[in-house]
Design a protein around this ligand. Structure first.
Ligand SMILES: C[S@@+](CC[C@H](N)C(=O)[O-])C[C@H]1O[C@@H](n2cnc3c(N)ncnc32)[C@H](O)[C@@H]1O
Length: 379
């Protein structure tokens, strides 16, 4: 019996700074006995809840099910212990799998080598029992495994998501500096947008904030476009339960009201990408997107403005990003009265350049950026 089958306890990975939001999300989706940890959440769930969390979570990047925990001081012991697991319960002899490994503060220092030992344990067991062995595949494997070794304690888990949940499946086109989907979802969540005012992104890039706003408000499951999940490889996977979860959640999708979500960008390429991405989401084509610099916008009143201006790392390399932020701050002050703005800045020091006093600011890290989200009330 695997560990998760005895405990029904799982671990959800999330971004640094997202833990509070993600644990509320898991509770709302039915997770029980929820406990926060660094960049993650432990929770208890039955099968239906586990599938629902994988299908609907906007803020978690991966949900893992523990298979086996053990003390691990050597690769030899890792191989020997992993060899005892009944791998044929998870994988067909001609199936495919992938291992993602991390090691820290342990005698085993090299995560790739640790992954190799686990892989050898699996394939050797199959070869001995069946004379045939599964293969390792990065492209659409049948089974996703995680190996985590910290302070000489190893944990082998099944990735029930099957690759990161931030890959929603709607991003078919991209621009130079797209925002990670789960970061955009966390930002939309923090705006507490309730649809009573329009939501506008005047620098929409590839439309991640617009897409996440659309999915959040209209209750479109975050993984609506994903066809496969890691939980489908679990020995106790129940297709009927999964279909029921999908039908129930898809049935909650509500219809878009016109002109509630709008976006624009100075780049026609970016607007094209936004339109293509939105077209992948139910009602996405009804979101109004235009090629326009924010300087051309006459005013944005009584709205929620949410945007991720260029921050000079990947964009605007040859221009003065400080001046750009100062001008944008003036635009907000003069032309956006009665609105509330949420700016996500990839570089915290740019906050000073906006020239407005934020109502609050919250550090949010993603994709190697030490970013910050700031809220401005524009009177
Ligand atoms: C960091 S990117 C936004 C990325 C976006 N959040 C996404 O997920 O794809 C900043 C965007 O600001 C746009 N931009 C730069 N200057 C602008 C201006 N003056 N008016 C409108 N958009 C502008 C760029 O074309 C770029 O798409």
């Amino acid at each position: 019996m695997f560990t998760y089958q005895k405990t029904n306890r799982y671990f959800a990975q999330t971004g640094n700074g997202f833990e509070d939001l993600a644990s509320s999300e898991i509770e709302n989706l039915g997770g029980e006995d929820v406990k926060k940890a660094y960049r993650g959440i432990y929770f208890q769930a039955d099968k239906k809840t586990l599938y629902r969390i994988n299908y609907c979570s906007r803020l978690c990047t991966k949900i893992t099910a523990p298979l086996l925990r053990f003390d691990c001081h050597s690769t030899k012991y890792l191989y020997k212990t992993a060899s005892k697991l009944p791998w044929q319960d998870l994988l067909k002899k001609n199936g495919s799998f992938i291992i993602s490994a991390t090691t820290s503060n342990s005698k085993l220092k090299h995560s790739q080598y640790a992954a190799q030992c686990l892989k050898d344990a699996i394939v050797d067991q199959f070869r001995e029992k069946f004379g045939e062995r599964p293969s390792v595949s990065k492209e659409d494997p049948d089974l996703w495994l995680d190996l985590h070794i910290d302070k000489n304690k190893a944990l082998i888990s099944l990735d029930t998501s099957g690759g990161s949940l931030h890959k929603r499946g709607y991003r078919v086109a991209t621009t130079e500096a797209p925002m990670q989907e789960s970061l955009a979802a966390a930002i939309i969540n923090l705006t507490q947008w309730d649809g009573s005012k329009p939501l506008i992104d005047p620098m929409c890039g590839s439309g991640t904030l617009l897409s996440e706003a659309l999915m959040h408000y209209y209750q479109i499951p975050a993984s609506f476009n994903r066809k496969r999940f890691g939980f489908m490889a679990m020995p106790d996977y129940d297709e009927k339960v999964w279909k029921k979860v999908k039908n129930e959640e898809d049935g909650k999708i509500t219809k878009l009201q016109k002109n509630l979500i709008m976006g624009s960008d100075i780049s026609s390429q970016a607007v094209k990408a936004t339109r293509k991405n939105l077209a992948m989401i139910p009602y996405g084509q009804s979101v109004d997107v235009k090629v326009k610099s924010y300087q051309e916008i006459a005013e944005i009143t009584n709205s929620i403005i949410v945007c991720n201006p260029p921050y000079g790392i990947r964009l605007q390399k040859n221009s003065d990003i400080g001046l750009f932020m100062e001008d944008f701050g003036n635009f907000l002050k003069r032309k956006c009265t009665g609105s509330t703005a949420y700016l996500y800045l990839g570089k915290r020091e740019l906050l000073k350049k906006v020239g407005l006093k934020p109502a609050w600011k919250k550090p949010l890290m993603s994709g190697g950026l030490d970013g910050v989200l700031a809220k401005y009330e524009l009177y």
